[in-house]
Write a protein that binds this ligand. Structure first.
Ligand SMILES: Nc1nc2c(ncn2[C@@H]2O[C@H](COP(=O)(O)OP(=O)(O)OP(=O)(O)O)[C@@H](O)[C@H]2O)c(=O)[nH]1
Ligand SMILES: [Mg+2]
Length: 221
């Protein structure tokens, strides 16, 4: 049986980047869903030009991703950014991981073969600290956490009951994958610098958001 594959891309003012990403999506992808946070630039025009399915969400990156992941029709569902940080050449790794029987496949910048050109030192420390906490509390062996290049077996998504509206979404996925005993595979990924524009991640604000998510999940069943 040939699996259908969906790619979900959250966008907020990515007019300069999006066409590069969409141009490089391989033919084997059956559905591309752009979930836009009401961009004020030409992001939507570009998304329409490429015939993507367009959804709207004004509550944040996490909320947009949840909407896209739930709407995706593919057997395999991939989430990726619109800022050209994620290499489309690596899609095959994320796809094959699910085909091999894993529920979710997570790109990691910190295993052999991975790397990053888009992460200041402070964020590296923050990420390492959060990885340490999640591994300690949920007995996992993650090497990365706050990274949004991931794939799922669609059936595994429903059980996660995701709810993060903002930048804690990846942390929530990793914790809930552990809680639900999903079969998780990490694959190496190299994060490139965003091609144009400014990132929306704010180190301190979103660091606090991620800390709160970890604490909340710790005190939940
Ligand atoms: N729909 C929607 N998408 C968003 C929102 N914030 C960010 N995004 C998108 O989510 C993806 C990741 O956002 P970035 O701003 O690149 O965040 P990041 O990669 O963690 O941070 P940088 O390293 O600074 O780029 C991009 O495709 C953004 O356009 C939002 O509020 N709503
Ligand atoms: Mg980025």
């Amino acid at each position: 049986m040939k699996e259908e594959i969906s790619v979900v891309i959250p966008t907020l003012n990515e007019e300069e980047n999006l066409s590069y990403v969409l141009n490089n999506i391989p033919k084997c992808i059956s559905e591309v869903i752009v979930v836009d946070g009401y961009s004020k630039d030409k992001t939507l025009e570009i998304a329409k030009k490429f015939n993507t399915k367009i959804l709207y969400d004004k509550r944040g990156k996490g909320s947009a991703l949840i909407k896209g992941l739930n709407a995706a029709k593919g057997d395999i569902v991939i989430m990726m950014d619109a800022d050209c940080s994620h290499r489309t050449e690596e899609l095959g790794l994320l796809i094959e991981g699910i085909k091999a029987g894993y529920d979710t496949c997570m790109g990691s910048r910190f295993i052999q073969g991975g790397g990053t050109a888009d992460m200041p030192l402070l964020r590296k420390f923050g990420n390492k600290f959060f990885v340490f906490l999640v591994n300690l509390f949920w007995r996992m062996n993650y090497s990365d956490l706050c990274y949004g290049y991931r794939s799922f077996n669609r059936n595994a998504i429903k059980n996660l009951n995701l709810e993060s509206k903002g930048f804690a979404i990846e942390t929530e996925i990793s914790i809930k994958a552990a809680k639900n005993k999903l079969k998780v595979l990490e694959v190496p990924s190299f994060e490139k610098k965003r091609k144009f524009g400014k990132g929306k991640l704010r180190t301190f604000r979103h660091g606090v958001e991620i800390s709160r998510k970890i604490i909340n999940e710790l005190f939940r069943r």
